[in-house]
Design a protein around this ligand. Structure first.
Ligand SMILES: Cc1ncc(COP(=O)(O)O)c(C=O)c1O
Length: 430
């Protein structure tokens, strides 16, 4: 049978040898898509179609794809070293020192290769130091794919208020030990801690829940979590896998002025290269040192590729111009979309924080996951799909965020708004 395009052909072949045709479940798209090249703010598929990229591979690209100075740093490091797996390298020392310099909660740094590994290590440490087993997460947050946290992200309305695991095969006891509470409701946290604080090891906080777009914490909410964690001897963990480096070199914790006990970092840390970190207070983190009783390991931890990329990425972010540029353009995109929606009478609230913007297809306040149940998901997905068809890549999943990088230009935003004008005009709404 003849296939229509190279993307279709490769997608079909992928489906025969890769389960679902993708290497991470949420990469599945409703149309064949096979990337061939990426540069700056653009990706090109194997059929030569070019897209302006706001998906940014779920968030790492803060400088843009294949950033020349980051790539040069990686190539240079690879000319000298790869992986030794004994002792430490000078680059690992430099990176740990850099992170300690910038991130308020970081007195010690351990490197992993993915955010999930970092949150897993945080969980183990919290259980070890408290001698408790339960943890708290919030409806709408994602902390990786392991059993203790893989639940209640984008839940169907009838699953809100119940455990909503995202996979079969998760250990029921692990799911049982996680309490899921509504986001932005410190009273709910206090009530749980009053009731059973002596069983709670950790509170996992995605400081801005970007896995449901952009729902910032209410003023004072994070400080209250800090106080509650202190009062009940609970480890406060800020998951800054998305927000760290993207919003500020010190993470959102520096912006909010609230310092957690442990922090997980990844994504924008190395502009697309695989590396993540668990950082935190010395007295906790040193339990991972020999004699501390808590094990931390990984063959590829501290690989020269991720470490050199992280050092180069941080260097690019240090003068603040990247953050200022991306935030200005994200605001321009958000304002433009809101203006277009109002012209066409489409209910829309565009959330924006720093370089992230999210058009929600709904009116009114958005402070919790329950508020987002009012989103017109069909319109949201239809809009994204039309944008992608017309060369502006926004992942076609409702509630997902868009990322602006240093490589996006004012012209890119203006073109996005032109394409959005047509997409919104043609939009079927409920
Ligand atoms: C807030 C947050 N924490 C943890 C993770 C897991 O990171 P990884 O996909 O690198 O395992 C993600 C991934 O999207 C995330 O958004």
């Amino acid at each position: 049978m003849r296939v229509a395009s190279r993307s279709a052909e490769l997608t079909e072949r992928a489906g025969r040898v890769i389960p679902g045709g993708v290497n991470s479940t949420n990469r599945v798209l409703p149309w064949p898509f096979v990337a061939a090249e990426a540069e700056g703010a653009y990706i090109t598929d194997v059929d030569g179609k070019r897209y302006l990229d706001y998906h940014a591979a779920f968030g790492p690209f803060v400088l843009g794809h294949r950033h020349p100075r980051v790539n040069a740093a990686v190539k240079d490091a690879l000319d000298r070293l790869d992986l030794v797996g004994a002792g430490v390298t000078e680059l690992e020392v430099l990176l740990a020192e850099k992170i300690v310099e910038h991130v308020p909660s970081a007195e010690r740094v351990l490197l992993t290769n993915s955010g999930s590994e970092a949150t897993y290590a945080a969980l183990r440490l919290a259980r070890a130091v408290t001698g408790r087993n339960d943890i708290v997460k919030f409806q709408g947050t994602y902390h990786g794919w392991h059993d203790a946290v893989l639940m209640n992200v984008i839940s169907k309305p009838e699953r809100v208020g119940h455990k909503d695991p995202l996979s079969l095969g998760m250990l029921p006891e692990a799911v049982d030990h996680t309490h899921v509470l509504p986001w932005n409701d410190a009273d709910a946290v206090e009530a749980l801690l009053r009731d059973r604080g002596e069983t709670i090891a950790a509170i996992f906080v995605e400081v801005i829940p970007h896995n449901i777009g952009c729902v910032p914490p209410r003023p004072g909410y994070l400080a209250r979590l800090r106080d509650l964690a202190d009062a009940y001897g609970v480890v406060l963990i800020f998951d800054e896998v998305i927000t760290g480096f993207r919003h500020d070199l010190g993470g959102y914790q520096r912006i909010a002025g609230v310092t957690p006990d442990l922090t997980t970092l990844a994504k924008a840390m190395a502009n697309g290269y695989p590396i993540a970190a668990l950082v935190g207070h010395a007295e906790l983190m040193d339990r991972f040192a020999p004699g501390g009783g808590v094990l931390f390991a990984g063959t590829y931890n501290g690989h020269v590729v991720g470490v050199s990329a992280a050092l180069a990425t941080i260097a690019e972010l240090e003068d603040g111009t990247v953050h200022a540029h991306a935030a200005r353009l994200a605001r321009r995109a958000a304002d433009g979309l809101a203006q277009l929606a109002s012209e066409f009478g489409i209910p829309m609230t565009v959330a924006v924080f720093g370089s992230v913007f999210v058009p929600y297809f709904m009116d009114g306040a958005i402070e919790s996951y329950t508020d987002l149940l009012r989103n017109d998901d069909a319109a949201d997905v239809a809009f994204r799909r039309t944008m992608a068809e017309r060369g502006v890549f926004m992942i076609p999943t409702a509630l997902k965020r868009n990322h602006v990088s240093a490589a996006h230009t004012e012209g890119d935003i203006d073109r996005t708004l032109e394409v959005a004008r047509d997409a919104l005009r043609d939009l079927p709404t409920r």
